[in-house]
Design a protein around this ligand. Sequence first.
Ligand code: NAD
Length: 302
Amino acid sequence: MSEGLRDKVIVVTGGGRGIGRDIALTAAAEGARVVVNDTGAGLDGAPGDAACAQSVVDEIKAAGGHAIADTHSVAEPGEAEAIIAGAVQAFGRVDGVVNNAGILRDRMFWKMSFNDFDAVMKVHLYGAFNVSRAAAQHFREQQSGAFVHITSTSGLVGNVGQANYAAAKLGLVGLSRSIATDMARAGIRSNAIAPFAMTRMVLSIPGLDTPEFREKNKEMAPAKIAPLAAFLLGDDAREVSGQVFAVRGNEISVMSQSRPLKTVHDARGWTQETLANRFLPNVKSTLYSLETTNEVFAGEVI
Ligand SMILES: NC(=O)c1ccc[n+]([C@@H]2O[C@H](COP(=O)([O-])OP(=O)(O)OC[C@H]3O[C@@H](n4cnc5c(N)ncnc54)[C@H](O)[C@@H]3O)[C@@H](O)[C@H]2O)c1
């Protein structure tokens, strides 16, 4: 029988709401002691409801589990260190980190300010680095540990108006893969999940929060992401590292990772003319269209 997450100590960033909340509840139900980290930020990162982490802790405790709340920001390295130090102080160790905290500052690229780009990078990419880096030393000393990074098809495939978010989320995939290769010999794993879930993040998209949209996508519950996240944190996934998955309702996809699709060689080297007359016609059918996430994941969620 699976051990689940019995006696493991798991840190979930952004665990006070949405997908992170369900991952925290599921990890606790699987036997983990959980650090629910959340600043309670508004969707754009402005200060919001700092009590949300504690209310998830209250839910976990009411169900007989063990958890503490933490309200440090993942975006600052010193605060990220405090999240991990808090886990070690409360529970004596740390076995898993879920980098899930996130904000959105959607704008068309020509209107995107440095601050919009910077704020999103700081939470998603720097935040994941900060918390992972703080945990890495503990993982190395105990020769075990697992990271799960919540990425997005916005980075893997594309979405309109999300250059900051897509850059951060694809950066996160590179970070995850690098942690996986750097730390494999120490028995440490790192994987990424691109979720689809009806949270405030999706419902904030103009025109989407309608009763029809909610009804059509009712299977896209945030709780559908938690089982795979918990599995990847546990020992039953000991052979799985450096991977990218997508979860949409009851579907789980293994996402492709970039490899050469077609290679064309010219022993004389390339000129502008041969690039136009030979290279381009040769590879044209392998070039990707500018399709976005909704076109790639077009089927109904069942
Ligand atoms: N909902 C989706 O369909 C979807 C799709 C792709 C990716 N994601 C990703 O899933 C993750 C969770 O998003 P969600 O949809 O549950 O949104 P959400 O807004 O409900 O949850 C995100 C949480 O992160 C917290 N947070 C923000 N900044 C923080 C900081 N600096 N430190 C600590 N906590 C912070 C927020 O307070 C919030 O509770 C995000 O990384 C998001 O980018 C979601």
